[in-house]
Every structure is written in C-alpha cells, then in structure tokens.
Design a protein around this ligand. Structure first.
Ligand SMILES: *[C@@H]1O[C@H](CO)[C@@H](O)[C@H](O)[C@H]1NC(C)=O
Ligand SMILES: *[C@@H]1O[C@H](CO)[C@@H](O)[C@H](O)[C@H]1NC(C)=O
Ligand SMILES: *[C@@H]1O[C@H](CO)[C@@H](O)[C@H](O)[C@H]1NC(C)=O
Length: 544
C-alpha cells in the first residue's frame, strides 16, 4: 500500500510540475477533479499520523500501568519493599533511565514531523488551491447568485434554482463567503452572507451540535460595518450593541458605537440642513438600475436569457424550420440534421455532428494543455486574462490527431466554407460559475491589431460544438436577439459574423452564461475571410 502510494506521488511529480506555474484551478472543472486526489493524500497522511500517535499512547499507557503496579506494591509496605536490595535498585533505575525513556517517548515528534513533511510535499507536487482560487470560487458563487437571482438562504440550503442538492453551507461556510465579499469591498453581498451566517449559527447552536467555529461576535462585527456601509446606520448600531453584550471589551466595536451614534445625530441634523445622507444612497441606486421605461439594458437581457426567461417573439420563432442539409456531397450522404434557431442573423443548430467517441478523444487531447482563457487587448493586440471570461482553453492542431482534421472536414461540410484559413480547434472547459460575458467574435474596424499576425482577414463564421450537456445554466445567449441556446452534447451552433459586404454583424453579440451545475465542454472553429471569395462571393450591397 505504502509502496503504491509512493509510486503515485512519484508519477505526479513528473506529470504535474509543469502545470503548477499558474494555479487558477477554479477556472475549470477538470482541474478541480485533481483536487480530490490531493485531498485523498491528505486524508491518508492524517490517518497514518493518528495511527502512529495512537500506538505511542498505547505504549505510554502500558508504561503507566507498570509504574502503578510497582508503586502500589512499594507503598503497601515501604520498609519491607526497600529492604530487598533488588527493589531498591529497581526504584533508582526506574526514576533515572526508565522515566527518561518514558519522557522522551512522550515528547517524540517524529510522527508529527513526518506528517508535516508529507503535507508540504503533497502541496508542492500535487495540485493545490491558492488564496486566489478561494477568492475566485467565492466570486463564482456570488456571480451565480446574481445572474440566476437566487436568494441567499436557498443557496445556503443547497438549492440551485429550484433544484435541491444535498450539499448545504454551514455557518462558517457562509461566514467565509461574507468575508470574501468584504475583502472585495462588496458590502451588499457581505450583508447577505453574514446575515445567513448568523441565522445558521443560531440554528447550529440550537441543535447543540456545537460545530460552529466562528464566534457570533465576529459575524456581528462584519455585519454591522457592512450594514453601515450600505447606509443603514440604525441597524449597524443595534448589531454593535448586541456584539458588545457578548464581548464588552471589544475595542473596535466600542469605537464604532461612538462613531455610529455620531453619524445618527448628524443624520437627524442633515435632514433639516439638506445635506447628503448616507441612507439615501441605496434607494438611489435601485432607481438607477430600474428600466425607467427605456427598456432593459444588455446586462438585464443577458441575465434574463441565462435564466431561461427570454425567448424571441412569436413572429420570429414561427418562421423557423428544420431540414436535412444537402449543401455538400457529404451532407447529402450523412443527412445532417439542421434546425434554424434564428432567421436573421441566421443561426443554425446541427444535431449529432460530433460523436461521443470523438468528444472523448478531443477532451483527452486537450486536458493536459488547458490554460486560463485569455482575451485580446484590442489596443495592443496582446492576450491577457480577464474576470469577464473565466474558463480554461487549449488549441488543437490538425497534426495532433486525425480526429482534429476530421472535425475540420465536417465544418466544411456544414458551412460550405474552407477551413484552410481557419484557426486551430479551440477546446474550452468551464468551471464553477465559468462564463464569458457578451462579446463579438469578429474584430471591429478600430481593432486593427486583432488577427493581424494570422494574415487571413476577419473571423467570418463561428462553429461552436457542444461537447457536454450542462445540468443547469451555461446557455449561449444572444441578448439582442433574446435568444438562448442550451448546450446539448453533439450539437453545433453555426453563424456568420460578417455581413456579405464584409462588415461585422453586431447582432451576433453573444455570451456564455455562468455554469450553475455540471462541467461544460465546448470547442470552437473560427473561419476566416481569406479563401472564401469563391465559396461566398462578397456583395457590395451594405444591407445584405
Ligand atoms: C510520509 O511519506 C513517506 C514516503 O511516502 C511514507 O513512508 C510515510 O509513511 C508517510 N508518513 C505519513 C505520516 O503519512
Ligand atoms: C455545547 O456548548 C454548550 C455551552 O458551551 C454546552 O453547555 C453543551 O453541553 C454543548 N453541547 C454539546 C452537544 O457538546
Ligand atoms: C456628501 O457627499 C460628499 C461626496 O460624496 C462627501 O464628500 C461629503 O463628505 C458628504 N457630506 C456628508 C455630510 O456626509
């Protein structure tokens, strides 16, 4: 057993060393799977440590029994016992060498040192999350809460948009989410999560499980300050008073109390003098966010579409058809099943165009190469990471595997366009809350540096293969079209990014909604303008 594990640790060293340069494990589910292996090794080390300490305690107990037996024998009749020279010798020996051995057994830390050393090794050689991962994972949960409009208490009870999962959040889990929000100066979510932490803590204490690790006063401290920052001075004061009842000597709370009292006094004055009041802040913001009759913002449309609350008008959906494609000899043979998802811009769904066996191979090829996805800075043309795109991606070349060229041929059959000037196949895995906010695939006129190095012109078309189903969330949405495409394994979505005259089609602005449950895999093929002239002659009519 031990040998096998050592071997596994050795193997990890080779496989993983290179991937450890950047952590960002939270950005893809495949990386999180590896964390379970890390946890398993931690557990094994802990168990081995416990066993060794237990053995040590057993030996100490046996020693104690021996001493007790001898000692009571001696105490029964001290002079009789010590009149025996052997007993006299043994007493002296016990107190010198024996007790020294016992003491060194007691203070022996080799088991602890060994365990600590192994923990360090595991952290070095196995995938291990950083503080950045914790922040990222917390931000992802909060993003999901906002996008899918989920209330804190249901979320803490493991309910995701009406679906009940078994995992629940404890008071200290909620506290941690609140603390993370607080550190990002997000007081609104701090209040939500700390309130939940308080409720959970009270429930946990009632059940007398005594499992709560976070003291109530600490929750109250965060809650009071964030409540104040959100503009509710009165409640902040009440919470601080409650805190001081539990912990009268808390210095910061005493200071804050004075401060809140002053703020309250000032507020009463300022109502009369017409000065700005902190409390008005929140309401103002709510009014700003409201549509005010101007129609919803893109953000609101995006979130509504992600939640499945938005569909294109009936005038549009009633025009949509399904058919078998016959655009190429292959398509006629294979009878590609095509569904129109939108008429203009034309968005097509090709059903069953990627087989499960192909998907498995593509995922296997891509997994070791997955890196945090980047976006292009349109001024410099440089690639950089961004919070609005959270996923991991890898590029596959046609030389990597015959499957990759087979996918290119299929793209040609589907679109009637050439893939000679296309980019490599991009494979993407989205983790918890992984998303890509509304964006365009083509480069705009001012983005002169985009795709320059490729020398193949702009991205004329996008082919997006869904390589997994997604249990909840993860739709591809076109906010402007009120359209949501729900991932279905083996389906590909296809649209043209450029109008026939070569100008970009801004109605193709789309986004990947945060994944709520499941692991989302997709792959993209972006086709470029060069080489398509005969296949799709350009038109000078700007309306086309
Ligand atoms: C630490 O690792 C070594 C080598 O893999 C192993 O022999 C030892 O039992 C481990 N100790 C603990 C406490 O896990
Ligand atoms: C929980 O803690 C309280 C007070 O500290 C104590 O009275 C109670 O016995 C504990 N309950 C359990 C189950 O340990
Ligand atoms: C009013 O608002 C301004 C700007 O936000 C701030 O600098 C000022 O201190 C505020 N006055 C009071 C009395 O809160």
């Amino acid at each position: 057993m031990r040998l096998r594990k050592m071997y596994i640790l050795g193997a990890w060293v080779i496989i993983n060393c290179l991937c450890l340069i950047r952590a960002e494990l939270y950005t893809a589910i495949t990386d999180l799977e590896d964390l379970l292996d890390t946890e398993a090794m931690f557990m094994e080390t802990l168990n081995r440590y416990i066993q060794r300490e237990e053995k040590k305690l057993e030996r100490l107990k046996r020693k104690a029994e021996e001493y007790k037996k001898e000692h009571s024998l001696a105490s029964a009749d001290v002079s009789e016992y010590l009149s025996n020279p052997i007993n006299a010798y043994l007493l002296v020996k016990r107190l010198t060498t024996d007790w020294t051995t016992t003491e060194s057994l007691m203070t022996d830390q080799t088991a602890l040192d060994d365990a600590q050393h192994n923990f360090t090794e595991i952290k070095r050689f196995m995938k291990f999350p950083t503080d950045e991962d914790l922040t990222g994972a917390a931000a992802a949960l909060i993003r999901l809460q906002d996008t899918y409009n989920m209330d804190t208490s249901s979320l803490a009870q493991g309910e995701l948009m009406g679906v009940k999962y078994t995992t629940q959040l404890s008071a200290s889990d909620c506290f941690e989410l609140g603390r993370q929000s607080y550190n990002s100066l997000d007081y609104r979510h701090t209040v939500l999560w700390m309130t939940e932490a308080l409720a959970r803590q009270e429930a946990e204490t009632r059940l007398s499980s005594n499992k709560t690790e976070t003291p109530k006063w600490e929750i109250l401290e965060y809650l009071a300050y964030s409540t104040y920052m959100e503009g509710d001075v009165k409640s902040a004061l009440d919470m601080t008073n409650e805190l001081l009842q539990i912990y009268p000597d808390h210095e910061r709370a005493q200071g804050n109390k004075v401060y809140y009292l002053k703020a309250l006094e000032k507020k009463t004055d300022s109502v009369n003098t017409g000065e700005n009041v902190t409390e008005g802040h929140k309401e103002e913001k709510e009014i700003q966010d409201a549509p005010l009759g101007k129609g919803p913002t893109e953000r609101e449309l995006y979130e509504m579409a992600c939640r499945g609350n938005l569909t294109p008008p009936v005038e549009i959906t009633s025009q949509l058809t399904c058919y078998y494609s016959s655009s190429s000899p292959f398509a006629r043979l294979a009878r590609l099943k095509v569904e129109e998802a939108y008429p203009k811009p034309r968005i097509l769904l090709f059903r069953d165009v990627m087989y499960d066996s192909e998907i498995e191979i593509i995922k296997r090829l891509a997994t070791p190469r997955l890196r945090r996805a980047t976006v292009q800075n349109f001024k410099t043309g440089q690639l950089e990471t961004a919070n609005y795109r959270i996923s991991k991606s890898a590029w596959l070349n046609e030389e990597d595997d015959p499957i990759v060229s087979r996918v290119s041929r299929r793209v040609e059959d589907m679109t009637g366009l050439t893939t000679k000037t296309a980019e490599e196949l991009q494979v993407v895995n989205y983790g918890i809350g992984g998303h890509y906010e509304p964006h365009l695939d083509f480069a705009r006129k001012e983005e002169t540096n985009a795709f320059k190095s490729l020398g193949t012109g702009n991205r004329i078309a996008t082919v997006l293969f869904y390589m997994s189903d997604v249990a909840q969330g993860g739709a591809t949405v076109f906010p402007g079209l009120q359209l949501a495409l729900w991932p279905q394994k083996g389906t590909a979505a296809v649209w043209m990014n450029l109008l026939a005259n070569g100008n970009g089609d801004f109605s193709t602005r789309h986004a990947a909604c945060p994944v709520l449950a499941g692991s989302k895999w997709v792959s993209n093929k972006w086709l470029h303008e060069l080489g398509q002239e005969i296949l799709r002659p350009c038109s000078l009519d700007p309306s086309e």
